[in-house]
Design a protein around this ligand. Structure first.
Ligand code: C2E
Ligand code: CA
Ligand code: CA
Ligand code: CA
Length: 277
């Protein structure tokens, strides 16, 4: 038994060690990623479900590591949040998305808004608001063509968050609550949040024929509409899901059914078409 206990410990120790080593490799890699231009953005269309018209896009970060290859944001964003690197990375994302959107507008493609994911750490950074307004100034993008996607975790510091959100929106920038229904969320607080849009997390769509999930989605849509918010669904993969959403008055969405996130050159061809009908 003693022997066994020791082995278990060694195994745990090794796994932990590997995990730490991997994290350190990510952290060091992130530090070099800027200089080596390893980051890029891809764009996924937001669609009006009934008409198929493209009404906006979400910018998503991609990292091509020289040794490890493509690393998913699900892996490196949490590390970057922990180390604080997300503040600089997020700043780059915001600037690049605004620059690209302005460029598309100058090329005569539709004046759409670009949505950028903002992590809570970034949002809480005291210079965040200044950064947003100087990026808008620098790139010349209209504030109306920028939307920030934040998560429910900002509700933890509600007074401060309401304050920042109010200021962001007074710039003309739109705000949406991402991954809605998955995080720390108080319905009581939701009604006081100065936001424009509720984004239903894709986990609710995964098994829509499951009656529990179906009920959840319906409730979230109703909640959003009652609060006079736009409601958008992410992760739409099938026409069946799309039809269910339309049936329940959710008329905005994004997902593989329409398009995967695409690099700028490919996305601009989509923009030229303008719709999926
Ligand atoms: P998210 O903001 O909830 O983004 C949606 C994720 O779902 C994206 O994954 C997108 O590629 C994926 N997706 C889109 N349509 C479908 C679909 O029909 N089915 C399925 N199964 N998935 C779909 P991605 O790009 O890997 O990003 C994962 C997460 O990483 C994002 O979740 C977001 O939380 C974070 N992230 C990505 N880019 C950034 C960024 O620039 N800044 C910050 N702070 N976080 C980011
Ligand atoms: Ca998002
Ligand atoms: Ca999500
Ligand atoms: Ca998210």
């Amino acid at each position: 038994a003693k022997e066994n206990g020791k082995n278990t410990f060694q195994f745990y120790d090794e796994a932990l060690h590997r995990q730490l080593a991997y994290k350190m490799e990510i952290e060091n890699g992130l530090r070099k990623a800027f200089d080596n231009k390893e980051f890029s953005l891809v764009y996924q269309p937001k669609v009006e479900l009934k008409s198929g018209e493209i009404i906006g896009m979400e910018a998503l970060l991609r990292w091509q590591h020289p040794k490890l290859g493509f690393i998913s944001p699900m892996e490196f964003i949490p590390v970057a949040e922990e180390t604080g690197q997300i503040v600089n990375i997020g700043h780059w994302v915001l600037k690049e998305a605004c620059r690209q959107n302005k460029l598309w507008q100058e090329q005569g493609l539709h004046n759409l808004s670009v949505s950028v994911n903002v992590s809570v750490r970034q949002f809480q950074d005291s210079s965040f608001l200044n950064k947003v307004s100087s990026i808008l100034e620098e790139t010349g993008l209209s504030p109306r063509c920028l939307e920030l996607e934040i998560t429910e975790s900002i509700m933890q510091d509600i007074t401060h968050s309401v304050d920042i959100l109010t200021q962001i929106r007074s710039l003309g920038v739109k705000v949406s609550i991402d991954d809605f229904g998955t995080g720390y969320s108080s319905l009581n607080v939701l009604k006081d949040l100065p936001i424009d849009t509720l984004k239903i997390d894709k986990s609710f769509l995964e098994n829509m024929s499951d009656s529990m999930n179906s009920t959840m989605i319906k409730s979230i849509i109703k909640l959003g509409l009652n609060l006079k918010l736009n409601v958008i669904a992410e992760g739409i993969e099938t026409t069946e899901q799309m039809e269910k959403l339309i049936e329940n008055q959710c008329n905005l969405g994004q997902g593989y059914l329409f398009s995967h996130p695409l690099p700028p050159e490919e996305f601009s061809m989509l923009l030229q078409k303008g719709s999926f009908s």
